[in-house]
Design a protein around this ligand. Structure first.
Ligand code: PLP
Length: 377
């Protein structure tokens, strides 16, 4: 028999969300603000473009098979324009999650990895599965206002606006990050999946707004939260041509090799939707989710809350043990949040609430939270 990949022993048996949903299954009439899944429909211009592409695939003239492994050129050109990069540097993916893990193939399994703590669990889980030995945690706490003290590592996963805290790093903080990476010869994998939610003009939407970032950073991003593509699946990574390994060789050609070896490109229907999305205003969707944030923030006003301003998440301090607080809240109010410690030790005491749910769900949750947090209810 074939031996199991021993790195599975290093993972929690279940991915965080599965563990949480297994607990929630024991309760009735649950109001779900847990997983950051979108609820608004995709704008019509975008679904129509996907429909046209799907129809064309059913005709002799309109049929296309395998596309360019790196992605549809029109889509890459639109993204390149948005970032002030070249289309060659854009790699279209089936979502940021796939790229977060796939990018590690560039560096092998002998690199140290730094992650914000708490963090989107995929950074740590994919690193453990790859067999990385050294994970360096960068605590993001109330004391440091959720921007961590940076520590030396080969790869630094950095997410802004940050899941789960909702904190968006300022220009000065990202400049510090880029300077740190330059000084210590690190490479940043910058996750900007929530960039469209930024309101603070002092918080950049892309790491490439920081001078010199293209020498030290790869950026991963997604159509998921902005255009409701969580089920359609479409994202992109930017690998600058200047980016080098320690021996001076370029990273870019290797990522092209990986993209064309491990992947045959994203769905052509999804990419047609992506082209339309790039020409569609997403602000009505974002405004709707921001109103959800406002409703939840009001309901949580008895608690210290970070986030919400520049991201669709509120990270609220309930004190004590996150898993216990999570279950007490669920048992007494039926509101399903995510225990902050599930994202890392520094999330202890917090619960994460997603504002991406339907308005009716948000309102019901707000009523229940009001009641749960009010001594008189
Ligand atoms: N990056 C972050 C920080 C996320 O929170 C998520 C999803 O929740 C993703 C990436 C995944 O994005 P995608 O749907 O494009 O795979």
């Amino acid at each position: 028999m074939v031996k199991r990949n021993h790195n599975f022993e290093r993972l929690e048996p279940n991915y965080l969300f599965k563990r949480m949903l297994d607990i929630a299954a024991k309760y009735k009439s649950v109001v779900d603000l847990s997983i950051g899944d979108t609820s608004l429909p995709i704008p019509q211009e975008v679904t129509e473009a996907m429909e046209r592409k799907a129809q064309a695939l059913g005709t002799l003239e309109g049929y296309t098979g395998y596309g360019m492994g790196q992605g549809n050129l029109e889509l890459r050109e639109l993204l390149a324009q948005k970032y002030g990069r070249s289309a060659d540097e854009i790699f279209i993916s089936d979502g940021a999650k796939s790229d977060v893990g796939r990018l590690q193939l560039l560096f092998g399994n002998q690199v140290s990895i730094a992650v914000q703590d708490p963090a989107y669990p995929v950074y740590v889980d994919t690193s453990l599965l790859m067999g990385q030995k050294e994970i360096v945690y960068l605590p993001c706490t109330r004391e440091n206002n959720f921007f961590p003290e940076l520590k030396k590592a080969d790869l630094i996963y950095f997410c802004s606006p940050h899941n789960p805290t909702g904190y968006a790093a300022t220009r000065d903080q990202l400049t510090e990050l880029v300077e740190f990476a330059k000084k210590h010869n690190s490479i940043i994998i910058y996750d900007s999946a929530y960039a469209a939610f930024i309101q603070n003009p002092d918080c950049p939407g892309s790491i490439y707004e920081i001078p010199g970032a293209d020498e030290v950073a790869i950026e991963v991003s997604s159509f998921s939260k902005t255009f409701g593509f969580t089920g359609v699946r479409l994202g992109w990574s930017i690998v600058p041509k200047q980016l080098k390994y320690a021996d001076g060789r370029l990273v870019h050609p290797d990522y092209l090799r990986i993209a064309t070896t491990f992947f045959n490109g994203a769905s052509n229907i999804a990419q047609a939707g992506g082209v339309a999305a790039m020409q569609t205003d997403c602000s009505p969707l974002i405004a709707h989710y921001r109103e959800n944030v406002r409703i939840l923030r009001e309901a949580l006003k008895e608690r210290f809350v970070v986030g919400g301003g520049d991201a669709p998440y509120l990270f609220a301090y309930f004190g004590g043990n996150s898993w216990q607080e999570f279950e007490t809240l669920l048992e007494r109010s039926g509101v399903l949040a995510i225990p902050g410690s599930g994202f890392g030790r520094s999330g202890e005491g917090f619960l994460r609430f997603s504002a991406l749910a339907k308005r009716s769900t948000i309102e019901e949750a707000a009523n229940r939270l009001h009641c749960y947090l009010s001594p008189t209810c």
